[in-house]
Design a protein around this ligand. Structure first.
Ligand code: PEP
Ligand code: MG
Length: 326
């Protein structure tokens, strides 16, 4: 079986009837790219840059960050590398950046919100990504976006960084693509508005489940409620993809755990998801499933799934559908 998965490495992620999608990897540090390459990922759909900060005793400077981003970009000369700006806050803290205690850290000063408050820190990272961008296909992604104003604010700060690099005559990627994570329900619901401001969406189902179902993603006592197959999540995913389909040139991917779940692949494919980003080890199995279905069938299976009333019913439907496809 492992041999079979290995043979898939250089094959495309294409359905029996010729519909192609992109399979890319989630990484936490540059050393993780080898695993993605080995398993046939064609790029990076989520580079969680916060580990660069967390594994450091002091704030990593622009040059140090730029070197890390560059090494990832150079590993994928053809594919996209989506670099997410730091997602600190929530449960992730930095020893050298003391934050106030919060009643609800996951609803507090996290990710882009912290970056707007600590704007020098944010700008250092943006300049590092822009500079590294000349070595590959860099995409910038903002996490924890809750409304369109935050997207505009992020882009404004990015433009300031570009002007600073221009003034210093430092080379950088001028046409860098800018996208956002859709991981807060308000962003999913207003995806049609946000679509006008971005080049891509990446759905973060880990937080989208947490915030939509009001269930702490780490709390075992309520984990029975945590379910990406919950009809509420499926409806939001559908709505986001619809908003992106209505905007030519915009694409939608997913970098939450759901994207690498074998049970979810056919639904996501059928809903029209264009890019699946997951941990390296999930890539071969997901590719195998994609290569074994017809897109036309996946669409029907997804349509039926959207009519079901519970997450359990959706899972049963998926198991039965996949058995029939074999
Ligand atoms: C997500 O929320 O789905 C996601 C991919 O981001 P993280 O798991 O890093 O919060
Ligand atoms: Mg998240």
């Amino acid at each position: 079986y492992l041999k079979e998965l290995e043979c898939l490495k250089d094959l495309e992620a294409v359905t029996l009837d010729g519909h192609q999608v992109e399979l890319v990897g989630n990484i936490g540090e540059p050393g993780d790219v080898q695993g993605v390459l080995k398993n046939g990922g064609t790029g990076i759909g989520l580079y969680r840059t916060e580990f660069l900060y967390m594994n450091s005793d002091a704030m990593p400077g622009e040059d140090k960050q730029m070197a890390a981003y560059r090494s990832v970009l150079e590993a994928f000369p053809d594919g996209p590398v989506i670099i997410r700006t730091m997602d600190i806050g929530g449960d992730k803290n930095l020893p050298y950046l003391p934050l106030d205690d919060e009643m609800n850290p996951f609803l507090g000063l996290r990710a882009i919100r912290l970056c707007f408050k600590e704007s020098e820190l944010f700008k250092t990272q943006l300049r590092a990504i822009l500079r590294a961008g000349v070595y590959g296909n860099a995409y910038i992604m903002f996490p924890m976006i809750s409304n369109v104003d935050e997207v505009r604010q992020g882009k404004k700060i990015l433009a300031e960084c570009m002007a600073e690099l221009d003034a210093l005559q430092v080379p950088y990627r001028k046409d860098v693509k800018v996208g956002v994570m859709i991981e807060i329900p308000s962003a999913a619901i207003t995806a049609d508005i946000i679509a006008k401001e971005v080049d891509f969406f990446s759905i973060g189902t880990n937080d989208l489940c947490q915030y939509t179902i009001a269930v702490d993603r780490m709390n075992q006592d309520v984990s029975y409620l945590y379910d990406p197959f919950n009809p509420a999540i499926l409806r939001l995913v559908k709505q986001v993809i619809q908003a992106s389909d209505d905007h030519p040139g915009l694409f939608t991917g997913m970098c939450g755990e759901m994207a690498g779940d074998p049970m979810a692949v056919v639904i996501l494919l059928g809903l029209g998801l264009q890019e699946f980003s997951m941990s390296a080890l999930s890539i071969p199995q997901v590719k195998k499933i994609i290569r074994s279905v017809r897109y036309q069938d996946a669409k029907k299976i997804a349509d039926q799934a959207l009519k079901l009333e519970t997450g359990v019913a959706v899972r049963v439907h998926m198991l039965e559908s996949m058995k029939r496809l074999k």
